[in-house]
Design a protein around this ligand. Structure first.
Ligand SMILES: *Cc1c(COP(=O)(O)O)cnc(C)c1O
Length: 391
């Protein structure tokens, strides 16, 4: 552990989650969405584990991420979910990366980039069925189809996918989901009538994959689920396992009297003579500053509150009469096996979603990777082999 803290990524959990998702969706294919550095778990490591476990597709935001996957030797189909006009489309097309377009000008740009690349672009047409984020509205859909079919007829693009995104799949029974499904059906029917023959039609994110089979179509796009998380009330189902553990060691321990003010602003005072422990993690590493007094961490076999203001690179814990010691392991969150909080519990305590917790730690903490189900109980040599050092 460098600086006394690290994120431990359980790649065996990533693989097991992908296998469980594949089993759950039966005939549909699984796209592992590994954008934002694999939701903070490491993009290429997560992508490799997902593909090894049977994910047929990968999803990222930008061509630069897709190109990094190709440079890492990953040959699975990759879709760029975000479409920016000035993205390096030609490079992506050359690398066989699938692009998305939700507007006529973007189809035109991608078709031109295909000319530069000397290769047909693989294109997913995005329809906005009610999220009101990317994609063509139903009113603009016929024009988008016409432009893409013309580019296909000219040999510049191949329409490989038709897709949309759900706004309320994590709110059970929300009427917008039904309305979006109806709109997606209309868009697919129009595309079929116009002559589009996509390989995959896709709509579902993790919450829809878990709870709404009618949204699965040919492919589900699961990000959170791959990492054992979901935005559903109560979090992910028990057949998904959280893959990230954030842990640290106490770097200092001291005794203070009752009534001692702790950390910036003295927003916390010890109620009795206390042992204070210093955890080398703060908001610059990803611990939300709003976690002061709200979120719990795990140490010495039980949970403890964060005492006082979270600083940039550290926070303090009041262990009361417990004899905490320098070097004691602290777990902020993990899979919950031993009673430690989960990212879902942190999210619930802070009024956010688990994705917002785990992505905070992206690239801010050293990571180590675990590739077997559990290395507990292995002799030290084998345990060292079981964990691959972080890149
Ligand atoms: C991020 C994203 C997903 C994955 O959502 P999860 O809830 O993490 O599964 C799917 N589709 C699109 C368009 C996304 O942006």
């Amino acid at each position: 552990m460098d600086g006394g803290a690290e994120a431990v990524i359980d790649l065996a959990a990533v693989s097991a989650n992908v296998a469980a998702l594949r089993e759950h969706v039966r005939g549909a294919a699984v796209m592992a969405v590994v954008k934002s550095d694999g939701y903070g778990h490491g993009m290429t490591e997560a992508a490799r584990a997902a593909v090894a476990a049977g994910a047929q597709w990968l999803g990222v935001n930008r061509p630069s991420e897709a190109l990094a996957l190709r440079e890492a030797g990953i040959t699975a189909p990759v879709l760029c979910l975000l479409a920016a006009a000035d993205a390096p489309h030609a490079d992506a097309i050359r690398a066989g990366v699938d692009l998305s377009a939700g507007s006529v000008p973007l189809v035109t740009r991608i078709a031109a980039a295909a000319g530069q690349a000397g290769r047909q672009a693989r294109l997913h047409l995005k329809v906005d069925t009610g999220m009101s984020r990317g994609g063509a509205t139903l009113a603009d859909w016929p024009a988008l189809l016409a432009a893409a079919l013309a580019a296909e007829a000219a040999g510049q693009v191949r329409i490989t996918g038709i897709w949309s995104h759900l706004a309320c799949a994590d709110i059970p029974g929300h009427p917008a989901t039904e309305a979006q499904l109806t709109a997606f059906g209309e868009a697919l029917a129009l595309a079929d009538k116009a002559g589009a023959r996509p390989e995959v039609r896709h709509l579902a994110n993790t919450p829809a994959t878990v709870t709404l089979p009618e949204t699965w179509f040919d492919l589900v796009r699961t990000g959170g689920g791959v990492f054992g998380l979901a935005t559903l009330p109560g979090g992910a189902p028990p057949w998904l396992r959280p893959a990230m553990t954030v842990r640290a060691r106490l770097i200092q321990v001291k005794q203070v009297p009752a009534g001692t003010g702790v950390s910036y602003g003295h927003r916390y005072h010890t109620a009795a003579p206390a042992t204070l422990g210093l955890v080398p993690l703060g908001y610059a590493e990803g611990v939300p500053r709003s976690a002061s007094g709200a979120a719990a961490m795990w140490c010495r076999g039980r949970r403890w509150a964060i005492s006082g203001t979270v600083c940039m690179n550290q926070f303090v814990v009041d262990f009361g009469a417990e004899p905490a010691a320098e070097g004691d392991e602290v777990v902020l969150f993990g899979p919950g096996d031993d009673g430690e909080p989960t990212a879902q519990e942190w999210a619930d305590a802070l009024g956010t979603i688990s994705y917002d917790i785990v992505t905070r730690f992206a690239a801010r903490l050293p990571r180590s990777y675990r590739t077997v189900a559990s290395d507990q109980g292995l002799p030290p040599g084998l345990a060292a082999l079981a964990g691959t050092p972080a890149g």
